[in-house]
Design a protein around this ligand. Structure first.
Ligand code: F6R
Length: 606
């Protein structure tokens, strides 16, 4: 979602601001812009579309100066266009904003009556007007900024500069992250530490309802009521050189191939492979838990939904999983012995964060399964169980998903051990199975040519169904989501047994139906469903293992074979062909695979 960069520097900033925006590109955006203070005047350059468009605008009409802000916009209020792109400016103030200002209409009307003219359809523009209004009343920038942010309702991260304060960069945070970066001679603001990593690893995370004024050499942080506060400086682990596709065509392809590593790294943080035992943190708190509540969005939700099968099967723990945006508004009944978990790659998803805060407010212990350290969800949760996928750039989640599955499988198995639900032998068997995941993923990745061939026929389809039973049902939904988001082909995932209760009416001659059914105790039942759709003309693409392939050879139009493996890692391994099918279909369709239309990597608005 929107990305923010600010520099209070000693040398020119335009090029660096644009470089910083490139490091935020992975979040998804539809327009970009910069504003710098050049010889006492604010200069703004903005462009719809990719950052290269902004670069060519700046090339045609150069601007530069040591104080500047920059933004990638993901449209919420007002269509993607140059006039809606940030920075917005009014009365010698320029701002960039991530989030939603809920009371923008009210503020806009109030200021329009006072003679302010608005030039965009955005909610954000009003911020520049409110600051300018207070400056016009004679307040200094520091007071004007504080008054202004106190008038805003909603979720935001904001950065602002004004033409009369040539070395001051302002920032505020409510609901969306904002990080200060420091060197001896310059200060920065960024939506995340990655954006700043090229310039500094010394970071200070603003807390909820903090605002700040930074100059090249000073940092002042305040609460909304004006109290000066200190926040700890940390050394971030973010690396600047991540934005490299190496030998791959797209980040998504690279990330698909990084899965054996991502899963291996995650496993080694949960399991001691030499002792064949779980690290102790994995075993805490499970005895006193009588119910587990999971919330997440999108792909992370499908990881949580898969783990329900593991927690129930292995740890005999009742689990409810919800889409985070539904959870807190359905007035869930929370019990004293509940434990809640929240799965998120970015750690910034607004709905997941809100669900976490809802549980915290009811004193339910909260566990985050998160990929980005120091993200809001990591910081707010009582306990964080990290995934170690590394930075994921492709908007469509791949390695973060399998790393989430891996962490959750380890946690479920650890819970089974802590609750004495499985014998030592059974636990040992699960651990052995889990430790095989990186090797099995490598083997699955080798089947790429089979997948590419099938993607050719999929790319001509207008509707695709995905079916799965048991632990493969969430993966069927994930498969449909992957295909939709990057190839723009309509797809739906269903529980295989549910098909005959309605969706089977969609099957026509040639409708592709992707069935995920590695051999297990439910295999025969799923194959009955395969026969039902094949009898009605469906082209069945079956993802199964050798045993399944032998049994179903006459029922499917095409088979993608994954290696035979322990049941607990079957969904992790079967995720590979699911992702590859979507990827190669999208490549054939020529879509923007890494930054599909309308999507953002980190969804920081509700
Ligand atoms: C789909 C995808 C999204 C995210 C969802 C949650 O490929 O990536 O559905 O899974 O927006 O994001 P996080 O995991 O950052 O909370």
């Amino acid at each position: 979602m929107c990305g923010i960069i600010g520099i209070a520097g000693t040398t020119e900033t335009s090029e660096r601001l644009i470089d910083g925006l490139k490091r935020l590109e992975y979040r998804g955006y539809d327009s970009a812009g910069i504003a710098v203070l050049q010889e006492g005047e604010l200069q703004r350059r903005r462009a719809q579309g990719k950052i290269r468009n902004l670069e060519s605008v700046v090339r045609d009409e150069p601007c530069d100066g040591p104080l500047g802000i920059a933004h990638t916009r993901w449209a919420t209020h007002g269509k993607p266009s140059t006039s809606n792109a940030h920075p917005h400016a009014f009365g010698g103030v320029a701002i960039v904003h991530n989030g939603i200002i809920e009371n923008f209409r009210e503020l806009r009307e109030e200021l329009a009556q006072k003679g302010h003219n608005f030039e965009s359809e955005t909610d954000s523009e009003v911020i520049a007007h409110v600051i300018a209004y207070y400056l016009g009343k004679g307040l200094a920038m520091k007071e004007a900024f504080r008054e202004a942010v106190n008038r805003l309702r909603g979720a935001y991260a904001v950065a602002a500069i004004s033409k009369d304060n040539p070395d001051q960069l302002y920032g505020a945070r409510r609901g969306s992250p904002l990080v200060i970066g420091r060197t001896e001679t310059e200060s920065f603001l960024g939506s995340d530490a990655i954006a700043l990593a090229e310039w500094t690893r010394r970071v200070i995370y603003l807390e909820e309802d903090d605002w700040c004024m930074v100059t090249p050499t000073e940092v002042e942080i305040y609460t909304m009521d004006g109290k000066r506060v200190e926040r700890p400086e940390q050394v971030s682990n973010a690396t600047p050189g991540f934005a490299d596709k190496g030998e791959y065509r797209h980040f998504m392809e690279k990330e698909i191939y990084e899965q054996p590593d991502a899963v291996g790294r995650t496993l080694s943080n949960y399991i001691d492979p030499v002792e064949r035992r779980f690290h102790s943190a994995n075993l805490d708190g499970w005895k006193s838990t009588s119910r587990l509540l999971g919330s997440a969005c999108g792909t992370a939700f499908y990881a949580a939904a898969t783990s329900k099968y593991w927690f129930e099967r292995y740890a005999r723990l009742p689990v409810e999983v919800d889409i985070a945006s539904e959870f807190r508004y359905r007035s869930p009944v929370l019990l004293d012995s509940d434990r809640a978990f929240f799965v998120s790659q970015s750690g910034e998803t607004a709905d997941t964060l809100a669900a976490l805060r809802y549980c915290k407010a009811s004193n339910v212990p909260t566990v985050a399964v998160v990929n980005v350290p120091e993200s809001s969800i990591d910081r707010d949760a009582d306990t964080t169980l990290f995934t170690y996928a590394g930075t994921e750039i492709g908007v469509a989640s791949t390695k973060a998903f399998t790393a989430q599955l891996t962490a959750l499988a380890c946690v479920a198995a650890g819970a089974a051990q802590a609750r004495d639900e499985l014998s030592a032998n059974e636990i040992g068997d699960l651990i052995d199975g889990l430790l095989e995941a990186p090797r099995m993923l490598n083997e699955a990745l080798e089947k790429v040519s089979d997948v590419e061939e099938i993607a050719r026929s999929l790319s001509k389809a207008s509707d695709v169904l995905y079916l799965g039973r048991g632990q493969f049902y969430p993966l069927a939904m994930e498969g449909a989501l992957k295909l939709k988001e990057i190839s723009y082909i309509h797809a739906e995932g269903y529980a295989a047994g549910e098909l005959k209760h309605g969706p089977i009416a969609l099957i026509e001659e040639g409708t592709p139906v992707v069935v995920i059914a590695p051999y297990d105790e439910l295999f025969e039942k799923t194959i009955s469903n395969v026969q039902e759709v094949a009898a009605r003309g469906a082209e069945v693409i079956l993802i199964t293992d050798r045993k399944g392939a032998k049994l179903a050879v006459d029922d499917a139009s095409a088979i993608i074979e994954i290696p035979e493996c322990h049941p607990v890692i079957q969904p992790i391994v079967a995720a590979v062909p699911i992702q590859q099918l979507a990827y190669y279909t999208a490549v054939l369709k020529g879509t923007d695979v890494d930054q599909p239309r309308n999507l953002a990597k980190s969804v920081t608005v509700e």
